[in-house]
Each structure stands twice: as structure tokens, then as C-alpha cells.
Write a protein that binds this ligand. Sequence first.
Ligand SMILES: Cc1cc2nc3c(=O)[nH]c(=O)nc-3n(C[C@H](O)[C@H](O)[C@H](O)COP(=O)(O)O)c2cc1C
Length: 171
Amino acid sequence: MKLLVAWATRQGSTRASAVVLARALSALPGIEAEERDAARVGSRDFAAYDGFVVGSSIAAGMWKGSAKRLVAKLGKAGKPVAVFASAGGVMTGRKPGSAPDAPPEGSIAERQAQAVKLYVDPVLAKLGVTPVAKSAFGGRMTMFGKVQFDSWDAAPVEAWAPGLAKAFGAK
Ligand SMILES: Cc1cc2nc3c(=O)[nH]c(=O)nc-3n(C[C@H](O)[C@H](O)[C@H](O)COP(=O)(O)O)c2cc1C
């Protein structure tokens, strides 16, 4: 089975997650996964893959246009698609104004569910696309040359791969 992980990034985390995800998927038996900038994926690529994962950076609650357009096209074409978002806010597990070294609140699964509800579900509903799977991962933000937060972690991305492969129908 061939899968393409397409990413749309502003600060690099979504691409980092896509690279980790493609590697984790490719380590599973019978799966070959690649990653590519979503802006460089078009309908001409659809026949070459059995399924697509589209990841978008979230800024001011918004996806990047290239990810949104690709999910819309995949939905219209009836291709199996999974979606993930890279977010700060809820994915840090910290309330605004809390100390940067305060321990994160809630489990990673709870934070992922919250981020999916906030940032993934509304866009999918608007596009009328039902994904085979959806998730959210942490990100990082640099402003004025200073890291504001860093909640990016490869582990939850790797942990998603086996269930995701099954959702695409891998044996
Ligand atoms: C201008 C700006 C706005 C942001 N707005 C949000 C937001 O509304 N909600 C959120 O959870 N994270 C927000 N973030 C954090 C990003 O989601 C985080 O930096 C993530 O890593 C973005 O993915 P990327 O690194 O692939 O661009 C914002 C970041 C920036 C730079």
C-alpha cells in the first residue's frame, strides 16, 4: 500500500511530524509512505497512492490554504484521507499565563481530542469530508527570535502510525 503524507507548515512542526509519520508508516509491513509539501500535490498524483494524510499548521485557528484545498480535492475525488493539525494552545496542556515550566495538564489523548474538536472537525464539516482518521500534535512557535513554546514530540506521531495504517485498510 502506498501512502502520501502531505504537509502545510509555517514554522516547521507539521513538516517534522510528516517526516516522522512517513518513516513510522514505512516501517510497517506492506506500507510505503512518502512525504511532500501539500502545495506540490495535485489531482495528477491521486492515482499513484492508495491513501493520503494531510497535516496543517494552525495559526489564529486557521489551516494553511494548501492543506485545505488538498483535502477538498481528495474528498471530491473520493480518495481515502486522514487529517492532522499542528497546534500550540491546547496541545501545550498549559493555561494562558501559567509558568512556562508548569507541568502540562491532562493526558496527550485529551489534548489531541480537544485540538481535533477545535481545529480539525469544523474544517472537515465545512468541506463535507469524512476522514478515515484524524489527530492533532504539538508544535513550536518562535517569535522575535525567541522560542515561545515547544510542545512538539515525535512519540505521539509514531504512536498514531499503526492505527492509521489499519484505518487505510492495511492488513
Ligand atoms: C501567528 C501564529 C498564530 C497561532 N495561532 C494559534 C492558534 O490559534 N491556536 C493554536 O493552538 N496554536 C496557534 N499557534 C501555534 C502554532 O499552531 C504552532 O506554532 C505550530 O507549530 C504551527 O505549525 P507549523 O510549525 O507547522 O507552522 C499560532 C502560531 C503562530 C505563529
